[in-house]
Design a protein around this ligand. Structure first.
Ligand SMILES: NC(=O)c1ccc[n+]([C@@H]2O[C@H](COP(=O)([O-])OP(=O)(O)OC[C@H]3O[C@@H](n4cnc5c(N)ncnc54)[C@H](OP(=O)(O)O)[C@@H]3O)[C@@H](O)[C@H]2O)c1
Length: 335
């Protein structure tokens, strides 16, 4: 059986361009005993994948040239020679930018037959939503009555973190670009305040929005100068969750920015902790059930930007890293 794949054709120099990818057709062998063949329904343009395209390992291994571009996906089982899966089962897994994929079943998660949204399993019910859930609750230890500052607040991780903070009885201050994102965050997602990332007085605006005593948690999706502004708005014993550093993803190692405000960690007794969502893999089910419930009763909103077909993914991924995509960036591969 043949399958279309988008592969890494060359290593990006700085910001990725569509020419860094190649669409090719492969022959897939029939699934062996213990394997299943999955048809991909939704593939994702995942900003964190940029880290692996240089070939160096981050928390996941670097990609090889010619390898299928990685990313979580939603699929349907076409053929199963695996005791736990049946033809027609809906599933999420790291199938990448592929039309079809063979799997041993490792790392697959079952999608309930009745779900409020199938595409959400490639976004808010997948790594972005799970990162927000565990980052806020377990890494930051966010508590009712606290104030959260979150960067890239309109993205799938940031928007989910801000809304979970609200659902936990706290308030969320978002940092995001442009009037459309600001309106959505305030009117649909229930953020208490939104500050434009390009505001010349970003730190002052965050300090004013946080109010007396400052914010308790900063959920950092971007790093760079935004991190320094957020540190200024944290109060005593503030906690910083390092989820992502998108401002640095296209930069070589020596040119990454880092924070210049370490001195504030002393007087404010701040704590900063990195996270990898896969550390919580055994508890994904708990988060999925809670997030699904919030979606079903309309308390958790999410945005998607869906393009048609695998071939559209390279341009989508590049646009995503330029900050042009509002919502989870997905390609509909089959229906
Ligand atoms: N640690 C983990 O286990 C884990 C797992 C999944 C994802 N993540 C990370 O979570 C972060 C958010 O992921 P996401 O999928 O929700 O993507 P996302 O936030 O939608 O990423 C794109 C957004 O980042 C912002 N951005 C782009 N360039 C920037 C720059 N130079 N400086 C500051 N902001 C910039 C833009 O938003 P605005 O212009 O509106 O600010 C842009 O729309 C990513 O860094 C990702 O790698 C971490």
């Amino acid at each position: 059986m043949t399958s279309a794949h988008v592969v890494l054709a060359r290593r990006p120099q700085g910001a990725p361009v569509p020419e860094d990818f190649r669409l090719e057709t492969r022959e897939l062998p029939a699934p062996r005993e213990g394997q299943l063949l999955v048809e991909v329904l939704f593939a994702t343009a995942n900003p964190g994948s940029r880290n692996r395209m240089g070939g160096d390992a981050s928390y996941a291994r670097g990609m090889r040239l010619g390898e299928t571009m990685e990313g979580p996906a939603v699929g349907r089982v076409l053929v199963s020679n695996h005791p736990e899966w049946r033809q027609g089962d809906l599933v999420t897994g790291a199938f990448g930018w592929a039309e079809r994929a063979l799997s041993s079943g490792r790392g697959l998660r079952r999608i309930p037959a009745r779900t409020p949204s199938l595409s959400a399993w490639a976004g808010i019910l997948n790594l972005p939503g799970l990162t927000a859930y565990f980052g806020l609750r377990d890494v930051a230890g966010f508590k009712p009555g606290e104030t959260l500052i979150v960067s890239s607040a309109a993205g799938p991780v940031g928007a989910t973190a801000g809304q979970i903070a609200r659902l936990m009885g706290g308030r969320a201050i978002g940092i995001a670009s442009g009037a459309e994102r600001k309106r959505w965050l305030l009117e649909e997602a229930g953020f208490a305040a939104v500050i434009d990332r390009s505001a010349p007085d970003l730190a002052d605006a965050l300090i004013a929005a946080a109010g007396e005593g400052g914010a308790q948690v900063y959920f950092d999706n971007v790093g760079g100068p935004v991190l320094d502004a957020a540190i200024r708005a944290l109060g005593q014993r503030g906690r910083i969750v390092v989820s992502g550093q998108i401002a640095d993803y296209n930069r070589p190692d020596g040119e990454r920015s880092g924070t210049r405000r370490v001195h504030e960690f002393i007087g404010k007794r701040l704590r900063m902790e990195g996270m990898v969502v896969f550390d919580y893999a055994e508890r994904f089910g708990e988060a999925e059930r809670e997030i699904e419930g919030w979606i079903a009763d309309g308390r958790l909103k999410f945005r998607e930007h869906i393009v048609d077909g695998l071939a559209a993914l390279p341009a989508l991924f590049c646009a995503q890293l330029r900050g042009e995509i509002f919502g989870r960036a997905l390609a509909k591969v089959a229906s």
